[in-house]
Ligand binder design. Structure first.
Ligand code: MRU
Length: 367
């Protein structure tokens, strides 16, 4: 993706240092943060300096590689065990995080010595980041075929390139269709309480020159009712074997609205987001975050200062589940790097277990 005309990835490795776009400062300032150790990178994931399933996954893979680079030879295995536990404990919901930690550990399992393990860990972490970017590109190509000229898409949270290494999941089809010259417009749900839609998706779409309108989350129903939404595309943090989807809080509400109004509800996600070890979505852990994210908001004052202000009475209780579960029956199709899939166990099993995803294996089931 290009920021002010320069190509960037959301997260990358320079030597043993992880660099990532600081998502706390956007959209008001563009800065790159530096994580020198695996602990710094884990902290960046925990505090959501980097967020979004795919970007969390790539960062976790890099953090694990950093740990392999840092591990003292005398206590190599125990250092890595502790590092893996620290990284796994940063965020509980996004499957990509666990996929990446296991991916790096798996890659060094048969290393003959620490030096070889270091090489293999870095190589695997880089591969995971590349696979993530390539999957986003393919999801974009596959999904763009579902978007006709003039389509009005609604999206929730941020599942664009800031949520991945590049391209994204839900926004990738929009970028492809836009670059192919199709006219389209996007309703961007604000996505309280952290406002990833208003802050990040709106900024990404503006960088790409895609027409978009930010709406309060509470406005979505009225737009459906007035026939102003042609399809919904969201990302996912984890998808169970039966097609149940866990995504940012508020996604379930949109899926119910879409079903009621006969609007296709698409979920865009790469293979690394599918967790077929879980039979259905009820087993997916839902992160519960600080109530302060609900009771306080932050933003730029007219004088150009970032400030945080309370919006509820002192003493009012607040609850803050970060994700919700959308049952498979509300999903029209999954948009994946292997094609457009129906939300069925068989299709998911075949996709996840395919050794390769050649173009001729792509299954098209447009809703
Ligand atoms: O809490 P976040 O910002 O890390 O949440 C993740 C998300 O951005 C969304 O749930 C998104 O739709 C899926 S991530 C590609």
């Amino acid at each position: 993706m290009k920021v002010n005309g320069k190509e960037y990835r959301t997260v990358w490795l320079e030597g043993s240092t992880v660099k990532l776009i600081d998502q706390h400062k956007l959209p008001h300032a563009f800065e790159v943060a530096t994580c020198r150790t695996h602990r710094d990178t884990a902290e960046a994931i925990r505090t959501m300096l980097v967020r979004g399933a795919g970007a969390i996954g790539a960062s976790a893979g890099y953090a694990m590689a950093q740990a392999v680079l840092e591990a003292p030879e005398a206590a190599f295995a125990s250092f890595l065990e502790q590092a893996a536990s620290l990284i796994r404990a940063t965020r509980p919901t996004a499957h990509d995080l666990f996929y990446a930690v296991e991916g790096v550990l798996q890659a060094i399992r048969h290393a003959k010595d620490p030096a070889q393990a270091r090489q293999q860990a870095v190589r695997r972490a880089e591969q995971l980041a590349d696979e993530n970017a390539n999957a986003g590109e393919a999801i974009g190509r596959v999904g763009a075929a579902l978007l006709r000229d003039g389509v009005r898409v609604m999206t929730h949270c941020n599942a664009g390139w800031l949520a991945f290494v590049d391209w994204g999941s839900a926004l990738a089809p929009i970028y492809h269709a836009h670059r192919q010259g199709r006219a389209l417009s996007v309703y961007v749900n604000e996505t309280r309480p952290r406002s990833q839609g208003a802050k990040l998706t709106a900024w990404e779409l503006a960088q790409e020159g895609v027409a978009h309108t930010v709406i309060a989350d509470t406005a979505a129903g009225s737009l459906f009712r007035h026939g102003q939404v042609d399809c919904v595309i969201v990302g996912a943090d984890r998808i169970a074997a039966n097609g149940d989807v866990v995504n940012k809080i508020g996604t379930y509400t949109l899926a119910v609205l879409a079903k009621h109004h006969g609007v296709p509800f698409y979920v865009a996600a790469p293979r690394s987001t599918f967790d077929v070890t879980l039979d259905d979505g009820s087993k997916i852990p839902i992160e519960e975050r600080s109530p302060e994210e609900v009771t306080w908001v932050s933003g730029l004052t007219a004088q150009g200062r970032m400030e945080r202000v309370r919006i509820t009475p002192e003493g009012s209780a607040a609850k803050n589940p970060a994700f919700d579960m959308t049952p498979a029956e509300l999903v029209a199709s999954f948009i994946t790097e292997g094609g457009v899939l129906p939300p069925s166990r068989d299709a998911i099993r075949a996709f996840v277990s395919a050794k390769r995803l050649p173009a001729d294996s792509i299954v098209h089931h447009p809703a």
